[in-house]
Design a protein around this ligand. Structure first.
Ligand code: TXA
Ligand code: MG
Length: 327
């Protein structure tokens, strides 16, 4: 055994032991870092809400080691859930199902449904297997802030509020899981993610619906003011970027731009960071870029609006919320 894998195994054991003891452990997933606690322990769950500064009625996703755990958390599980789990777990898909009576109200926000997923990250899976239970985990950021995609981001957000931060490198996907509600009459995507409606529809034999309904379960990721950097963020059509930046610079403002290409403008108060033209790469980089742009201390962040097609839906959703959160 290499020294590194021995250290990693020791970390995994320590993380599982801390979870059993009711402590908070931040861990990597393929989407974003999670702030984990034993989903059967109400006191441990309470610590999540305190650490995040999150309203207590917002439900949490329970992370499972594998699909065999599903029946401990959900009832009346539709055939679609088994099909989707077989196709996409471990992976960036959260299923909303009717809750099992044993699930804590603090986890579901008092609703009759529960969010469940098996994350696709080796460190997360090792911890979940060793813990052998459900780990409730929101993204490991302060409420309303940009989600963390590295262990360093978690440290910036939560620092000493967690007993342990497991470092699994940068997250491969970079934005949060697709949330699919299977508790209603028809499958419905409550939060778009990089696992898109076409992929889900191919397994279901028909496209899911989109968006919340009246009386739909609350999804804090669906609040408008969310995922926001501190610097005001504005989405601008690529064709209008140079003119918009030019006006702001002329007014003496300092501007940071996230776009595929640098603007044909040279100004000491203008900074540019490259954005990928590929949606998966854009998603992968997005939150780290927003943190980087935020740290420049500019007066505004201008982001080139992504194309309006399906492949960009999840990225466009996060950018729109980041801009709404900035106002
Ligand atoms: O990729 C992800 O999903 C990450 C990683 C850590 O797994 N987690 C994450 O958690 O994004 P969080 O808490 O930041 O967002 C989860 C969303 C929340 O908006 C919550 O409202 C929603 O899932 N949710 C959880 N349980 C739900 C339920 N029973 N009904 C509707 N929405 C639910
Ligand atoms: Mg979150």
């Amino acid at each position: 055994m290499t020294a590194q894998s021995a250290a990693q195994l020791a970390n995994v054991s320590r993380a599982a032991a801390l979870l059993r003891a009711g402590e908070l452990v931040a861990f990597p997933t393929e989407t974003v870092y999670g702030l984990g606690a034993d989903a059967r322990n109400a006191q441990a769950i309470a610590k999540i809400f305190t650490a995040k500064g999150r309203p207590a009625d917002h439900p949490l996703i329970v992370h499972l080691p594998d699909v065999s755990h599903l029946e401990r958390w959900a009832v009346e599980i539709p055939a679609a859930a088994a099909k989707l789990a077989a196709a996409f777990w471990p992976g960036p898909l959260t299923l909303i199902l009717k809750r099992h009576a044993a699930v804590l109200d603090a986890v579901t926000g008092g609703q009759d449904t529960v969010g469940l997923r098996v994350p696709n990250h080796p460190v997360a899976l090792q911890v979940l297997r060793e813990f052998d239970g459900g780990v409730a985990a929101p993204s490991a950021n302060r409420f309303g802030h940009v989600s963390p995609t590295t262990a360093a981001h978690v440290r910036e957000e939560l620092g000493d509020a967690v007993a342990m931060i497991l470092d699994g490198g940068p997250c491969a996907v970079g934005i949060e899981s697709t949330i699919l509600d299977l508790s209603g009459a028809a499958p419905r995507i409550l939060r778009p993610g990089m696992l898109d409606a076409d992929a889900i529809g191919a397994v279901l034999g028909g496209l899911p619906e989109f968006g919340g309904q009246q009386n739909a379960p609350r999804v804090s990721g669906s609040l408008e003011a969310h995922y926001a950097p501190r610097t005001p963020l504005q989405l601008v059509a690529t064709a209008d970027l140079a003119a918009t930046a030019g006006r702001a610079l002329a007014a003496g403002r300092r501007i940071a731009v996230l776009a595929a290409r640098p603007l044909a403008l040279d100004h000491q108060n203008l900074a540019w960071r490259p954005a990928s033209a590929d949606p998966a790469q854009f998603a992968h980089d997005l939150y780290a870029r927003l943190r980087e742009l935020d740290a420049m201390g500019c007066d505004a962040i201008l982001v080139a609006a992504p194309p309006a097609d399906e492949a960009w839906r999840a990225v466009a959703d996060r950018l729109r919320r980041a801009s709404a959160g900035s106002k």
